[in-house]
Design a protein around this ligand. Structure first.
Ligand SMILES: [Zn+2]
Length: 305
C-alpha cells in the first residue's frame, strides 16, 4: 500500500501520469497538501465528503461516527478534521465499499487508531493478497494487517446506532467481487460505492471479478428500493438521485447492447474499439477518467469472459 502510495505521489510530483487504481481519480497536478475535503450535508446526521478518491459517507450521532470509505492515506488527517467539524464523537466504524485503494487508502491509519474496519469477505481477501488491477496495470502490494477489515460478512450486515439502521448488502460481482451498497434506512440515503459513477463512464474491474451485467443488475436493484426523494452518494461524481441513476443504468444497458453483438461476431478488441460502439453516449458520459475507448475495452473484456 505504502509503496504504491509513494509511486502515486511521485508521479504526481513529477507530473508523470502513471495508470493505477490508486491514482484513478487523481490528476497529474494533484498535490495532497492542496486537496480540500468538502463536506456536503445529505440528511440529518449524514454527510458526504469529497476530496481525492472515492466519495466518503459519514453517519454522525450520539453513538459515534461511521465512515464509509477513506480515500488516500495522506488525507487521513484532513478527513479527521472534517469529521471533527461535524461531530465530537469518535470514529468507531469504517466500512469499505470495495477493495480499491482510492477507497481504502486510509485503512491502516484508522485501523491503528482503533476504528473497527468492516467489509465484505472478498475485500479482506483482496487487500490481504494484493494483486494487479489489469486495466490500469497497477500492482497493489499485500496490505498491512492494520489495514485489513476486522469484521467481514458474506451477504449483509446492519449497524444499529445513531437512532437508525445502516444496512449494507453485497451484490453479485459488479464493479468487483466484493461490492456492497449501504442503505441508511431511516434517512432514505444510499451509498453505492463504485457501482455508480455519476455522470461519467464507470470503471469496472474485470480483473477483480467485475462485469457489466453485474453493474446493470446492481443499479437496477437499487432503483427498486429507492424513491424520488432518495439521496444517492456515488463512488465518484456529485451527490445524486433516482432519475440520474436511472439515466446511468440506461447508458450501461445501451453500451452493452452495442458491444455484445460485436463480441458475439468474434471481433477483436481492436476491431471493437475501431467500431466506436459508445459513440451515441460519449458526449454525455465520456467526461470522467474513463475515456470512450477505455470503456469500450472494459465492456469488451467483461463480455468476452
Ligand atoms: Zn473502485
Amino acid at each position: 500500500m505504502d509503496r504504491l502510495m509513494d509511486r502515486c505521489t511521485r508521479s504526481i510530483l513529477t507530473g508523470i501520469v502513471i495508470a493505477g487504481a490508486l491514482c484513478l481519480p487523481v490528476s497529474a497536478q494533484t498535490d495532497w497538501s492542496q486537496v480540500e475535503i468538502k463536506t456536503i450535508a445529505v440528511a440529518p446526521g449524514i454527510y458526504m465528503l469529497e476530496g481525492a478518491g472515492g466519495n466518503i459517507g459519514v453517519s454522525a450521532g450520539d453513538d459515534g461516527v461511521v465512515l464509509i470509505d477513506d480515500q488516500f492515506a495522506p488525507l487521513t488527517d484532513k478527513i479527521r478534521d472534517a469529521v471533527t467539524k461535524i461531530s465530537d464523537q469518535p470514529i468507531r466504524f469504517l466500512f469499505n465499499t470495495h477493495w480499491h485503494s482510492d477507497h481504502t487508502g486510509g485503512n491502516e491509519n484508522f485501523g491503528k487508531a482503533d476504528t473497527l474496519l468492516v467489509a465484505h469477505d472478498n475485500v479482506r481477501k483482496r487487500l490481504k493478497a494484493g494483486g494487479v488491477v489489469d486495466f490500469f496495470k497497477s500492482d497493489n502490494p499485500p496490505a498491512p494487517e492494520a489495514a485489513l477489515p476486522v469484521v467481514t460478512f458474506d451477504q449483509t450486515v446492519t449497524f444499529h446506532l445513531n437512532g437508525g439502521e445502516i444496512h449494507a448488502f453485497h451484490v453479485p460481482p459488479a464493479h468487483t467481487d466484493g461490492d456492497a451498497v449501504i442503505h441508511f434506512r431511516q434517512d432514505n440515503v444510499v451509498h453505492m460505492g463504485d457501482l455508480y459513477f455519476n455522470g461519467m463512464y464507470p470503471f469496472i474491474d474485470y480483473s477483480s471479478g467485475g462485469s457489466i451485467d453485474g453493474m446493470i443488475a446492481a443499479a437496477d436493484r437499487v432503483l427498486t428500493m429507492i424513491d424520488d426523494d432518495t439521496h444517492i452518494i456515488p463512488g465518484h461524481g456529485p451527490l445524486s438521485n433516482r432519475s440520474e441513476l436511472a439515466a446511468y443504468v440506461e447508458m450501461l444497458r445501451g453500451v452493452r447492447a452495442a458491444i455484445a453483438p460485436l463480441v458475439d461476431a468474434g471481433m477483436s478488441l481492436e476491431e471493437v474499439i475501431a467500431a466506436k460502439p459508445t459513440a451515441a453516449f460519449d458526449e454525455t458520459w465520456a467526461k470522467g477518467f474513463i475515456p470512450a475507448d477505455g470503456f469500450a475495452k472494459i465492456v469488451f473484456h467483461t463480455l468476452k469472459k
